[in-house]
Write a protein that binds this ligand. Structure first.
Ligand code: GLC
Length: 537
């Protein structure tokens, strides 16, 4: 593939959740060959790159974020040869490939953890992880840390020692103070760079380094790991200063290749994020602010202005994310009142609160926002079809460890991971020739790729037009200037393009200009209906 310095700065990156994209061998799970057979879809959309959720050998207890072997492909997904073929085929089409690296923890099935478990306390193999004796008579965990999926962050082995896992007990945390751990990841990164991977998405990039004394801590005010509040806090396991040395070490490796990049999944206080983006650290970091932002013009405006200003100040490029494999899909979030705790709503409802039509309309309008902003835009598979969250999956199919670990009080993330409907009929709507690992609801049939491809008003057609228009009209990444069009209206200018998004409940006049793109399915007159965006030239 031709080198193109800094391709990531303005790229449209499509996130592929491999297990749910396309099933090539009929086992109900997506795989690499299924993905290879569907590359036309990505080509038609016009994306610059794909980011693949972890594809490494794994028991898939946490969807592959529990890696047993960082140099092998999970057999359910294919082989290393399949992965190499995929990389080559993507490159032939001008699509770059970003892999997901999971450095904070391995799977308990990783050879290192197996070795550590078989060894005696004090053995050097245990020093690759975080083993400690318990408190009191040894039967109390070493400290009070709570795991992200619920329950204590420590599990005790039969010989009495405890090991740390910030996520599931099947995901033991590595000890990043151990040089062997650091150099192993150097090698793993080179392994994938040598196979032509163009970039890395680094999982839990704010984790890894722990306070040496492992002190007790207060639970964080927000779920997951986001550091809420006005001031960054000195937290014993999130966002510690030592992380930056690791970032620099990886960046130096990437810089020894041509045009590779790395993007951080760093849930840190907004004031800490720029530190990850210093010239010798990450190229990019996900900005998750829009995921937390309700459908409200003032809120969107402030998130966009702040991110664009921050990026410009440090010479980084912004990133825009509406959905990913960890959150309730935005076509559903936007159909709920703005103050809804959507993670709770998927379990507790009330489910008749959902206005499906409004969610669809707003999701389309939001796409015209994120695809017109400076920087790069990440699309989560299925959002180009307007897929909603499947909040009503039968409880007995739920697979996310959150559901069990929270004692069935938090439903988890399966509802956004339901396989793609490729066709309107068939056992798994074209995903494969058998039932899919998570069942698709009947309402997915009408949203299939097959149906939407031929419908010029479909969400898929809108995404395709928007990406093409972005490449044409916004190719030189003009700066953003906010405009004032009254309450409930988000408006900004980028070079020759003016974007107006009506987030209010009443129509507003369309300013002068030619409508190059509209999120409405009906033809527009002089007014912009509620929940609609346009690009004017
Ligand atoms: C990240 C991933 C999430 C995973 C967790 C633990 O947040 O996005 O899916 O469960 O890390 O690896």
């Amino acid at each position: 593939m031709e080198t193109q310095p800094e391709w990531w700065r303005t790229g449209v990156v499509y996130q592929v959740y491999v297990r749910s994209f396309a099933d090539g061998n009929g086992d109900g799970q997506g795989d690499i060959n299924g993905l290879r057979s569907r590359l036309d879809h990505l080509d038609d959309l016009g994306v610059d790159a794909i980011w693949l959720n972890p594809w490494y050998e794994s028991p898939l207890t946490d969807g592959g974020y529990d890696v047993a072997d960082y140099r092998a492909i999970e057999p359910r997904y294919g082989t290393l040869a399949d992965a190499e073929a995929l990389i080559a085929e993507c490159h032939e089409r001008g699509i770059r490939v970003i892999a997901d690296l999971v450095p904070n923890h391995t799977s308990i099935e990783h050879a290192w953890f197996q070795e550590a478990m078989a060894a005696e306390p004090g053995d050097s193999s245990r020093d690759r992880y975080i083993f400690r004796p318990g408190r009191g008579d040894g039967s109390e965990p070493p400290n009070n840390w709570i795991a992200m999926f619920g329950g204590p962050a420590w599990t005790r082995l039969n010989d009495g020692e405890w090991y740390l896992h910030l996520f599931d007990p099947s995901q033991p945390d590595l000890n990043w103070d151990n040089e062997e751990v650091r150099s192993e990841f150097d090698d793993v990164i080179r392994f994938w760079m040598d196979r032509g991977i163009d970039g890395l998405r680094i999982d839990v990039a704010h984790g890894m380094v722990k306070h040496p004394d492992l002190p007790d801590t207060e639970p964080l005010p927000l779920p997951w790991s986001l550091q809420g509040g006005d001031e960054p806090i000195d937290h014993p396991f999130w966002g510690r200063a030592g992380i930056h040395d690791i970032n620099r070490r990886w960046r130096a490796i990437l810089d020894s290749y041509d045009d590779r990049m790395m993007v951080a999944e760093a849930w840190v206080h907004p004031t800490q994020l720029p530190l990850f983006l210093r010239p010798d650290e990450y190229h990019q970091s996900f900005n998750f602010d829009l995921i937390e932002t309700p459908w409200d013009a003032t809120a969107f405006r402030s998130v966009i202005s702040e991110a664009a200003t921050a990026a410009a100040e440090i010479g980084a490029s912004s990133t825009w994310v509406l959905s990913n494999h960890d959150v309730v899909r935005h076509a559903t979030r936007y159909g709920l009142p703005g103050n809804t705790d959507t993670r709770r709503w998927i379990l507790d409802g009330p489910h008749d609160l959902l206005d499906h039509e409004a969610g669809q309309r707003r999701a389309r309008a939001a796409a015209l926002i994120t695809l017109s902003l400076p920087g790069s835009t990440y699309i989560y598979q299925g959002e180009e079809l307007g897929l909603p969250e499947v909040w009503d999956l039968p409880l007995d199919v739920l697979d996310d460890p959150t559901w069990e670990k929270s004692d069935h009080t938090v439903k988890g993330r399966d509802g956004c991971r339901v396989p793609i409907p490729w066709t309107a009929t068939g056992p798994s709507l074209g995903f494969g020739d058998t039932n899919a690992w998570l069942p698709q609801p009947d309402r997915f049939a009408a949203l299939s790729v097959q149906e939407q491809r031929i419908d010029p008003d479909s969400t898929l057609s809108l995404y395709r037009r928007a990406i093409a228009a972005r490449n044409h009209l916004l190719a030189d990444d003009p700066p953003l200037t906010m405009l004032e069009f009254g309450p409930g209206v988000l408006a900004y200018e980028r070079g020759d393009v003016t974007v107006v998004s009506n987030m209010s409940a009443r129509p507003v006049p369309i300013p002068a200009g030619t409508v190059a793109l509209s999120s409405a399915t009906e033809t527009l007159g002089d007014e912009l209906p509620p929940d609609t965006s346009v690009w004017l030239t």
